[in-house]
Design a protein around this ligand. Sequence first.
Ligand SMILES: Cc1ncc(COP(=O)(O)O)c(C=O)c1O
Length: 398
Amino acid sequence: MTKNRLSKRAATLQPSMSLAISAKAEELRRNGVDVLSLSVGEPDFDTPSLIKEAGIRAIQEGKTKYTRAQGTVELREAIARRIKKDTGVDYPIEQITVANGAKHSIMNALLALLDPGDEAIVLSPYWVSYPEMIRLCEATPVIIHTKEEKGFKVDRLTLEKHTSDKTKVLILNAPSNPTGSDYTKEELQAITDWAVEQNVFIVSDEIYSKLLYEGTHYSPVSFGREVNNLTILINGVSKSYAMTGWRIGYAAGPADIIKAMNGLQSQMTSNPNSIAQFAGTAALDADDALFLPMVQAFRERRDYCVTRVNQIPGMHCNTPDGAFYLFVNVTEIYAQNDTVRDSLQLAAYLLEEAQVAVIPGIGFGQDAYIRLSFAAGMETLEEALNRIETAVVKLLNR
Ligand SMILES: Cc1ncc(COP(=O)(O)O)c(C=O)c1O
């Protein structure tokens, strides 16, 4: 009998498009091509020294052994303090679990919640990993397209139309990658009311909550006990403290779900890196002043890039509330030339003609867009946008 070498799970998994583009740009750079990258998903800032020093101290003090699978008591206490400060909600440390990055926390949460055949709602444009993570659980992603004119946000009526008796989870990501949209208190209230009424869990990915340039960020966990019992709050230190390589993310939620996530993690990976946990504790306990200069720099870059993009023929974008991405509408470019007709072709054209790496919108479920990251220095952004403008003008005048 012939046997498949790969499991169906592995064979059907889609690779991450953003990582693929970064790899292509890296390869061109190695071959001497001067590629500018507007494709990255991490701050270009260094981890603050206070945090690095905590990591060094952890090594010197021999904090290099296994910890509890769900993370040290010190780190979970620091997370509890941070969540209390940000949302007003008290979480005992038994309801907090630490993983190898927010991505791992999300995967653990989905594995704890989803059975084969269950449905999980994902809002498009979505962070590239959500649909694949749901498929890894052998559950079904139900994609709802959100619209630019509605700020790429979902409303209650639309959620109701996509709810079935199999709907188990809604993944919410605000501020969003790739659109930067965040929900107002009223908008979130309507979504949490729907979740409670339908008994649907919310996996609330708030990894960009500290990189906010407009308004106030609200978490579903602050909307009362009932929704609290259905919400798994996901956050981490990767983006707000420029710690992507350290791999510390966390989840806070109902005791039974967190316990299940701990069980899964203890059999799959055990604890996240002990040294990174001590560095993460220092980050979360530090004064907010630590990350405010980075937020200010991102705000200035956002304003510059939004203005520039909206001056390029065939391109326009909303002003994002948070995160460090612009989701740029390029439909007019497709309509006004004969060769570049989708986001993959446009990203390939910009890489070849302008030597600028961007991510095609199709990776986020919307082909009418490309994603530009402004996690790069001002000089790089200016030069990259000059090059994009020249390349687009050339394409439209062919
Ligand atoms: C929306 C979103 N969630 C989660 C993550 C992953 O965070 P971490 O690096 O902590 O795993 C990212 C990283 O790009 C992201 O954009």
